[in-house]
Design a protein around this ligand. Structure first.
Ligand SMILES: Nc1nc2c(c(=O)[nH]1)N[C@H]1C(S)=C(S)[C@@H](COP(=O)(O)O)O[C@H]1N2
Ligand SMILES: [Mo]
Length: 300
């Protein structure tokens, strides 16, 4: 589909100064080298050695391709990821169908090494490549009155064998509060280890929110809608008692069926010690202010 907007903005025009400074401060807190986007304490935490390519691309959750951890790596090649269009609509100044290549030409792709915590008490550390969601929101121009960002995954039954089963309501949907969406740790990932994102990991464009459980990080995004009210989220809708809208990693709030206090790092070996799970997945210093005054046992 054709691009329905044009603009001559540069990155400096579309990046509000506050977000830009915030990113600089975060980067300034880093140890030598990599642009990981982590605060110094988050980076210093143990176990931030990235998982290897094979673990990251063969142990996946992408139910549209089956519910087994290895199903996505076997089936996701069926998904056509080019050309790709993202519809951005709702409370935005420039709604429309944005061709992915046009989006990418305006974004700065960085590497971010994030811990990724999954609700079933396993974790990985993933070197993503991507851009900040805030920059994409600025491209579309968020209107006053928008409080939330809703996301939708592509739904193509003929390419997605797992959608024959009513495990979830398809298409997969997720949502963030606008301030969570604009946080500099929140990225849209387009790659892994400097290579194109494999389909099983959500090609060509997926959300990564490193302080929340994995299911928040919706894959293969085709629609982003700015809304006034809290949008639906697939796992919350399927089982609201077990999965809240916020889905922040919180070792103090157990899942009804398992403890959330520790995690097993994938690839660390069968006999490796479980690691204590950190509040907000280790990003507490960066994100705790977003939830000041909220009862996180109620808003889980
Ligand atoms: N569209 C879609 N997005 C999804 C999922 C899914 O089933 N469908 N699974 C979620 C869950 S439960 C997790 S843990 C992460 C896994 O991401 P990864 O396979 O890249 O590790 O993707 C999330 N995004
Ligand atoms: Mo998950």
């Amino acid at each position: 589909m054709a691009l329905r907007w044009t603009n001559t903005l540069t990155r400096d025009d579309v990046t509000p100064e506050a977000v830009f400074l915030n990113r600089r401060q975060i980067l300034a807190g880093l140890g030598a080298g990599a642009m990981t986007g982590l605060s110094a304490p988050a980076q210093a935490q143990a176990g931030l050695e990235p998982n290897d390519w094979d673990d990251i691309t063969s142990y996946c959750n992408y139910y549209e391709f089956g519910t087994g951890k290895s199903d996505p790596s076997k089936n996701a090649h069926m998904l056509t990821t080019s050309p790709w269009t993202v519809t951005i609509d709702g409370l935005v100044e420039r709604p429309g169908d944005y061709a992915l290549e046009d989006i990418l030409s305006q974004m700065t792709i960085e590497e971010r090494i994030y811990r990724f915590r999954c609700v079933e008490a396993w974790s990985m550390v993933v070197p993503w490549n991507g851009f900040e969601l805030a920059d994409l929101l600025d491209l579309a121009g968020v209107k006053p009155g928008a409080n939330y960002v809703a996301f939708e995954t592509v739904y193509r039954p003929e390419e997605m064998p797992g959608t024959r089963f009513p495990v979830l309501d398809w298409p997969y949907v997720e949502g963030l509060r606008l301030d969570e969406a604009r946080h500099p740790l929140t990225i849209m990932a387009t790659g892994l280890y400097g290579r194109d994102l494999p389909n099983q990991n959500g090609a060509p464009l997926r959300l990564v929110v490193p302080w929340k459980y994995g299911f928040k990080s919706i894959k293969s995004v085709v629609r982003i809608t700015l809304t006034e009210d809290e949008p639906p989220a697939s796992w919350n809708r399927a089982n609201p008692r077990e999965y809240g809208f916020y889905s922040n990693v919180n070792p103090n709030v157990d899942h009804p069926r398992w403890s959330q206090a520790t995690e097993r790092k994938i690839g660390a070996g069968l006999f490796a010690r479980r690691q204590p799970t950190l509040m907000f997945n280790g990003y507490e210093e960066d994100v705790a202010a977003l939830y000041k005054g909220m009862d996180l046992a109620e808003f889980f």
